[in-house]
Design a protein around this ligand. Structure first.
Ligand code: CA
Length: 536
């Protein structure tokens, strides 16, 4: 669409929206004169704790932190279903999993439903995506151009990854995944600034998702440090339901990977096979001595019980933050590019998020999925010069279903009726609407994956009630007195009985409001694939 036509269209849309908002009493004082650009940066499984602006105290992310210093940081941002595909689908559609169809990672993706990138594109935005996509069919006409990681079950590779484009081209690109995705995004920015059209640029990193392979330049960091443990690393699970301990993602054991150089065929491992021989040698030169030390300590009996858990945590978390280091450097490259293009910077919203946060040792876990805080949260930081007051700290409850309506609102566009989330632009502008939500709905469907049971629940500003409905097991937490969720109060405290009853009623109301169908709760609690086949 020609720029002038675009401006007229956006102006008319703004007029319509203005009338609509005046009619509903939901007013916005400031309309963008020129539609703002949006750079949406998303990592995969990036724990809030591993972003220093959240105060985790385990690493430094100066570039991501810049977004908090120069914009807003959300402390109560959550996903609706804590796994990769479902969170991505909720972001794109503004809907809960049962509405957008992506209840689990195996579910089919229907890209024809209303997606915020397509609505922006139809309003005159250039819409492009680089990096990890992960949904079960490729992006479509919601983007002018896309270039996505493929291979390894749509997860992509860290080293010398394979990319596929909207033009049907596929190629291996030399380098490290996080760097390459940024290179491509910056190259696109360099080209796109020539035509002056507003843009949506989605930059989606694979990092720090498993299998964790740090860049060579970070692999030798932190070996002599001791990274603080989470206070619940040695959780005894007293008071918790069996679902908390059924899971299979405990950090208990460390197993060196890869084996020592020269003792295996690297071509048998799809991840190592991506590396050049030179890279593999350099990788082993750093890792192998530490792995040898591990075996020595084990033989000497120094890694029994809790010691093994402590050791395994250190190996896990150090790889994790090494990979986050590359993410932070690359966020810095994007911000530096904007610094060098002041006029674009001043009209560009930069969002940093991750499809979920992650258990980085809390409760002894290393995963997501469960409705506990570390998995249900999502990091969210947003800079918008001239609109978001620098240093804003936002505590209101927001969810990934709100992203699409918010991005549309930022562009002065109304959200389609079918979107279930609500724009949080007013929160960014420093105003919390009186009727802002007081509770969030969560629903995890991927029954049996990683031995996590299907569950849904409600989280308010203070309380959380979870129902594992396969055998009707409940958990209830007071997050004010028990922020780490170690004291399940369900059925234990007389004084909470009335409160639990009212939360149950509220949960049922949320379920009805979001139109979660009855059949998903029915036995035999078939796998996701089964649901898709029989009910959709
Ligand atoms: Ca993820």
């Amino acid at each position: 669409m020609h720029l002038r036509t675009t401006s007229i269209f956006l102006f008319l849309m703004g007029m319509i929206l203005g009338i609509c908002m005046a009619a509903t009493g939901c007013t916005r004082e400031k309309k963008p004169d020129t539609p703002p650009n949006i750079i949406f940066i998303m990592a995969d499984d990036h724990a809030n704790r591993a972003i220093s602006a959240y105060g985790g105290g385990i690493n430094r992310t100066p570039n991501i932190d810049r977004l908090a210093d120069e914009g807003a940081i959300f402390f109560n941002s959550f996903c609706a279903n804590s796994i990769c595909g479902p969170s991505r689908a909720s972001i794109l559609t503004g809907k809960h999993s049962h509405k957008n169809g992506v209840t689990g990672n195996g579910a089919p993706w229907d890209g024809k439903q209303a997606l915020f990138p397509r609505i922006l594109k139809e309003a005159g935005y250039q819409s492009v995506l680089y990096g990890k996509w992960h949904l079960n069919s490729n992006p479509g006409d919601e983007f002018d151009y896309w270039k996505i990681l493929t291979g390894a079950g749509r997860q992509g590779f860290y080293y010398n990854p394979y990319f596929e484009t909207s033009q049907g081209e596929g190629s291996d690109i030399d380098g490290y995944s996080t760097d390459i995705i940024t290179d491509e995004a910056i190259r696109w920015l360099e080209d796109s600034m020539k035509n002056g059209q507003p843009f949506l640029l989605m930059v989606q990193y694979k990092a720090p998702h498993v299998p964790r392979m740090p860049a060579l330049r970070h692999l030798d960091k932190y070996w002599n440090d001791t990274i603080p443990e989470p206070v619940t690393l040695f959780d005894d699970f007293d008071t918790r339901s069996h679902y908390a301990t059924d899971v299979n993602f405990f950090i208990n054991e460390f197993r060196p990977w890869p084996k020592a150089y020269g003792t295996y065929d690297p071509q048998e491992n799809i991840y190592l096979a991506r590396m050049t021989e030179e890279e593999r040698k350099a990788y082993h030169a750093i890792l192998d001595p530490h792995n040898e030390a591990f075996y020595r300590m084990k033989e000497q009996g120094l890694l029994e019980g809790d010691n093994m858990k402590k050791y395994a945590y250190q190996r896990f978390i150090k790889d994790y933050i090494r990979i986050v280091d590359a993410v932070d450097e690359n966020v810095g490259r994007l911000l530096d590019w904007l610094d060098g293009h002041e006029s674009i910077k001043n009209n560009t919203i930069v969002v940093y998020s991750s499809d979920q946060s992650y258990f980085t040792g809390e409760h002894g876990y290393a995963e997501k999925r469960l409705m506990y805080e570390e998995a249900m949260k999502m990091p969210l930081l947003i800079r918008w010069p001239g609109v978001v007051r620098p240093g804003s700290r936002i505590d209101a409850l927001v969810q990934n279903i709100d992203y699409a309506p918010t991005f549309l609102d930022m562009a002065g566009l109304p959200a389609p009726e079918e979107m279930q989330g609500r724009s949080f632009l007013s929160l960014l502008e420093g105003k919390q609407p009186e009727d802002w939500r007081q509770a969030l709905y969560y629903h995890y469907y991927d029954h049996g994956q990683h031995k996590v049971g299907r569950h849904h629940g409600i989280r308010t500003g203070r309380y959380k009630l979870i129902r594992f409905y396969t055998d009707d097991v409940w958990e209830f937490y007071d997050l004010e007195t028990d922020p780490h969720e170690i004291n399940n109060l369900y059925g234990r405290e007389e004084e909470y009985a009335g409160l639990v009853d009212s939360l149950k009623a509220e949960l049922e109301q949320l379920r009805k409001n979001y139109e979660v169908p009855d059949w998903v709760f029915d036995p035999p609690y078939v796998s996701l694939k089964g649901i898709e086949e029989t009910e959709r």
